[in-house]
Design a protein around this ligand. Sequence first.
Ligand code: ZN
Length: 117
Amino acid sequence: MVGNPGAHGWTHLSDGVILPFSDIDCDGIRRFVQSGLLRVDTRNQEETYGRAVGRVLAHELYHVFANTPHHGTQGVAKAAYTARELLSKVFHFERGEFQALRAGKTKAVISASAAGQ
Ligand SMILES: [Zn+2]
């Protein structure tokens, strides 16, 4: 999410520019997925919760690396997701968002190279 105070993660904008850092509300994510997490085998709860937090972080890093405040219509880059999606074994970026990430990374490497970094 970008600038949505009700989200579990957010990336900040300054004068319309995406800033290169994000915040994640781990406790908020825990509360959001708690009932579903309790139905997961106790041996897998920690991994499942970690994956849910990782997906929220991946969403925020999508904004940073694709350099966009916009969302996809499906997958990790969409504007909102359910607890079930965060806890599922398969929930990933869709092709368009994946390509935006790759293009953004390429652009960052070229910029750093041109700046002599
Ligand atoms: Zn977002």
